[in-house]
Design a protein. Structure first.
Length: 337
């Protein structure tokens, strides 16, 4: 059985990918330092996966701890999520973001190299495309990050390309994904941001459950059908299954790949709010406020390459994203607390 080291394993996307990897027959060793996640996730994973999670508490910036993990487990491949991801926070704390997102990636790859593991799935982001030259974004679109967080992903991509060029034994999947939302259909794991949410869906769900009075919609005068920003939202379980498909591609083909993971459809803020109201049966009061600096009017993915090369496509629609988000938040109004 192929054993996968999953960094950032207790986080939102990491925890869902853990279940998807197990369902696909992989053995998982999870690694997290709980800097942006909860230990309660492990108990939920035990419940959902039917087995006790194999877990190591460590930081990807700790070389000695990483070496100890590789020494204790026979690791065949790594799926690397461990990164900070809040755009606004990245501008206020650039050194922390570069240390963790870039330094942590370098440290992980150095540990992999020391232990002879050269298969890696890298969690990148559509932020590496910057301002659209054309839409939808395809993988050939020019790269240009617009914020510190985006630059950490862009620099991470380049580091891995230089690594692959130096040693063709490395097989790497660069996955540029768009806007993950939703939760596991059980409602037992989902998105639980600390403090004020930076992303739309958890803010909407917290309004619905009564934790926040209203939703702030940043900008109502964009050149979009209803004036609000348009994004490519995809269900987190579809995204998790995309990571499984990418890992299988690396193992089966012995070749690297760069691909988008998205639905190929744009949804506006107000369209998402309306879909969530249908799913939850609750009104979502909102106020339109000023645009945020750096926000783009609209973007969405061209997912053709992932369909053709990975055999992957999204299977869950916007209504399912909203229904699963509401199931998670209504059953866990305070998240994992």
């Amino acid at each position: 059985m192929t054993t996968v080291l999953l960094t950032g394993a207790a986080g939102y996307i990491g925890s869902h990918t853990w279940l998807a990897l197990q369902a696909a027959g992989f053995s998982v060793v999870g690694l997290d330092d709980f800097s942006n996640s909860s230990p309660e996730v492990l108990e939920r994973l035990r419940e959902l996966g039917g087995r006790r999670p194999v877990f190591e508490r460590a930081s990807v910036t700790d070389a000695a701890a990483l070496d100890a993990v590789f020494a204790r487990h026979r690791i065949d491949a790594v799926v690397h999520f461990a990164a900070f991801k809040a755009v606004g926070e990245s501008a206020a704390q650039p050194l922390a973001y570069y240390a963790n997102n870039v330094g942590g990636l370098v440290g992980t790859c150095q540990a992999m190299q020391r232990h002879g593991v050269k298969t890696l799935v890298f969690s990148s982001s559509a932020t590496v495309y910057g301002e659209p030259k054309y839409l939808p974004y395809d993988e050939a679109h020019p790269l240009s990050a617009m914020n510190v967080y985006g630059r950490t992903k862009l620099f991470g991509e380049q580091i891995l390309r230089d690594l692959e060029a130096s040693d063709p034994a490395w097989k790497i999947a660069w996955l540029r994904y768009f806007n993950p939302v939703g939760a596991h259909e059980s409602g037992r794991i989902g998105e639980d941001p600390r403090g004020v949410p930076n992303n739309l869906m958890p803010y909407v769900t917290q309004v619905a459950v009564g934790r926040r009075e209203f939703l702030q919609v940043f900008g109502g005068d964009y050149d979009t059908p209803d004036g609000t920003g348009v994004r490519d939202y995809l269900h987190v379980m579809d995204l998790a299954e995309g990571h499984v498909a990418a890992l299988r591609y690396l193992l089966d083909h012995g070749a690297s790949i760069t691909t988008n993971l998205g639905t190929g459809q744009g949804t506006s803020v107000l369209q998402l709010v309306q879909a969530f109201e249908r799913a939850s049966g609750r009104p979502i009061p909102y106020r339109i406020v000023d645009r945020r600096p750096g926000d783009l009017p609209a973007f969405w993915a061209d997912p053709t390459l992932a369909r053709e090369r990975l055999g992957w496509r999204t299977r869950r629609d916007l209504d399912a994203m909203c229904a699963d988000s509401w199931r998670w938040q209504s059953a866990n109004p305070q998240g994992y607390a």
